[in-house]
Design a protein around this ligand. Structure first.
Ligand code: CMP
Length: 142
């Protein structure tokens, strides 16, 4: 990795695997210049989801969020490019798909604020923690 290259953690949520649109979203990710340097399909338990989303534990939507994230398979990914954290949040679009700009993943595929298709790390510091939650260094091949 050169100094400006970053990695961010992406999750394709259960609404994506349920609709079989993993490939369509990966095409948007790759088309926007990200390299998928690690990827795994997995099933989260409620406890696993609760641990991952610990920062939201006091929020009113926390219970629903953990239920939705463990309702079916997810695809966890590490994305790499320059300025990856910020640019992936731009590509995802607003949290609520109703407010997402045209051309974003959530505008194209999001169903609701709860089933908004994708998660992406919100800072470089959190990206490092979130990547370590799902992946070992040796899983990531640039
Ligand atoms: P995500 O980026 O995965 O981070 C937390 C998730 O909580 C978010 O996407 C939404 O799917 C979900 N959520 C539900 N309600 C809200 C809300 N009011 N504000 C933020 N996130 C919400």
């Amino acid at each position: 990795m050169s100094s400006t290259v970053q990695r961010t953690l992406s999750i394709l949520k259960p609404d994506v695997t349920q609709r079989n649109i993993t490939g369509a979203i990966n095409a948007m990710i790759e088309g926007a210049g990200f390299k998928i340097v690690a990827q795994r399909r997995t099933q989260l338990t409620r406890d696993h989801a609760a641990k991952f989303y610990d920062v939201h534990k006091e929020r009113p939507f926390f219970r629903d969020l953990c239920a939705i994230m463990s309702a079916g398979p997810v695809v966890v990914q590490v994305l790499e490019r320059d300025n990856a954290v910020h640019l992936y949040r731009e590509l995802m679009g607003a949290t609520d798909p109703k407010n997402a700009d045209a051309g974003t993943i959530r505008h194209a595929h999001g169903k609701s604020i709860d089933e908004n298709s994708v998660h992406g790390s919100d800072s470089l510091e959190n990206a490092k923690k979130e990547i370590a939650f799902f992946f070992q260094d040796s899983d990531i091949i640039s």
